[in-house]
Write a protein that binds this ligand. Structure first.
Ligand code: ZN
Length: 491
């Protein structure tokens, strides 16, 4: 990969920060923090905006005593006549205006201009009404000649500079810091201007994002509390039934490693996702394989999701590999047909809770989150699963202990693609950097715009396959470990 230029990366990064905060991936906890992140973002954006909005004009700079601005301004008036003007400050605080005559007119011509030029420059400086300009020395010479043609010191009395206590100009003192150059009035005016553009831009941006956020909230179909009333009371009150029955399902697969003959994956019957007893109730980040096989597991969270889940299914089918999908109950409820497609394609399904709440849950909520998701997944796909991935990988609260008691394997990950956050080249990079045998790769097929994940996936698959990796589901990865251990102890 060639090195991308910084600007495009910065943009990509910003856009992804935007995307992430807009998505509010996990609304239960995400609502307020997400909003606060937004506010902070708006604040930052406003800062940038405000500083770029307020640009003092050339005349304002000249009025502050900025020499370059003064020279530029007078030059713009005199250049057509073949003169180049430079402005500097002398130590005594006097403004020096040096005029170089560059046109090949006779010396007498420029001598004759003296009165007119002095008048012209003094008048212009007087119109500036600058507190910083008082004593001015105008020097004229032929360009390239060391001798001065003529010079004149003048005092420019304006309203702005006459009421200063000392007669001395404070050009040299003030030219160092711009803000102190303003008179009292100018200072408050410019402060007001900056403050105004600052606040205006901030309110505008904050308002825009607030609308966006509300709209997204409305349209994304994320949990609304009324859903709770839709569910039959039995599902909430007797959560144990489903979980218990899923534990009873025996290991059905004889062949642990999938048959990789093309076309076979689609024909597989619906599989219950069961795992070896050694992994039940365990927290799994990765599986250490001692047999030297390079097995690795792709996992996709937060689906099923319109478009992206099916795009990912297509990519997986083309590559003829199986993955594990951790589904959110509510999303299964919204898109049961997509969930069914995932199961029918032979992929493993995991429980990613009912509403994807990321905060620490109390016991009743934990029961509800696991059992409702299990029920919705079962209704849509006929699959009972023993895999649970806590939203955000949060191991605190009652969710994980409850799942462990019910023999779920708490399935985390060893490589985070950060696909909820970065663009596809970085997704590929994150995965390839952290891939290792027995690893569990975290990606997302739902919960927001996952175009970057879809874009990155083929590259991830082919790169890892080139490195000799074979893709398996989480249960297959666990089975491989157990089988591995058995063959070793029998040998
Ligand atoms: Zn998630």
């Amino acid at each position: 990969m060639g090195a991308p230029n910084f600007h495009s990366w910065a943009t990509v990064y910003q856009v992804n920060v935007l995307a992430r905060t807009v998505e509010l991936d996990c609304p239960g906890r995400g609502a307020l923090p997400g909003f606060l992140v937004w506010l902070w973002f708006c604040f930052e954006a406003g800062m940038t905006q405000a500083t770029s909005l307020y640009r003092p004009s050339l005349l304002e700079l000249a009025r502050e005593g900025n020499f370059r601005a003064i020279a530029y301004w007078i030059n713009s008036l005199l250049a057509p006549y073949g003169m180049v003007v430079r402005a500097t400050a002398s130590r005594s605080g006097r403004l020096n205006i040096l005029i170089d005559f560059r046109q090949p007119y006779p010396r007498e011509f420029y001598l004759g201009l003296r009165g007119q030029l002095i008048q012209f420059i003094c008048y212009r400086l007087w119109t500036l009404n600058s507190a910083a300009i008082r004593d001015v020395r105008i020097v004229a010479r032929m360009a390239g000649e060391p001798n001065v043609l003529w010079q004149k010191a003048v005092r420019i009395n304006t309203l702005a500079n006459t009421d200063r206590p000392t007669g001395r100009s404070y050009l040299s003192r003030t030219s160092r810091s711009r803000s102190s150059l303003y008179g009292k009035q100018r200072l408050s005016w410019s402060t007001f201007q900056i403050l105004r553009s600052f606040l205006l831009s901030r309110f505008a941006i904050a308002g825009f994002f607030l609308c966006y956020w509300l709209l997204y909230w409305k349209l994304s179909g994320y949990p609304v509390i009324e859903h709770a009333q839709d569910l039959p009371a039995a599902a909430i009150q007797t959560p144990q039934t489903l979980v218990a029955s899923s534990v009873n399902v025996s290991l059905s697969g004889n062949s642990i490693i999938p048959d990789l003959t093309p076309g076979l994956i689609r024909n597989r019957p619906l599989l219950n996702v069961t795992i070896p007893p050694a992994f039940q109730g365990q927290i799994v980040h990765q599986v250490s394989l001692t047999g030297g096989e390079k097995l690795i597991a792709l996992t996709f969270d937060d689906g099923p999701w319109p478009e992206t889940t099916e795009q990912i299914l297509d990519i997986l089918q083309q590559a003829n590999i199986r993955a594990t999908f951790f589904m959110v109950g509510l999303h299964v409820q919204n898109h049961p047909e997509i969930a069914k497609k995932v199961a029918e394609a032979g992929h493993a399904i995991g429980n990613h809770t009912w509403r994807h709440l990321m905060q620490n849950l109390d016991a009743p909520t934990a029961v509800e989150e696991i059992s409702n998701a299990a029920r919705l997944i079962y209704e849509a796909t006929g699959v009972k699963t023993q895999l649970l991935r806590p939203p955000g990988g949060n191991l605190s609260g009652e969710l994980v202990p409850h799942a462990q008691q019910n023999s779920y394997a708490i399935t985390l990950w060893s490589a985070d693609s950060e696909d909820y956050y970065v663009a596809s080249p970085l997704i590929v990079d994150n995965i390839l950097r952290n891939a290792q045998p027995g690893g569990i790769l975290l990606l997302h097929d739902g919960g927001g715009n996952r175009a970057a994940t879809v874009q990155a996936l083929p590259q991830i698959i082919s790169a890892l396959q080139q490195q000799g990796y074979r893709f398996v589901t989480i249960p297959e990865l666990m089975e491989a470990k157990v089988k591995n251990r058995l063959t070793r102890s029998f040998n």
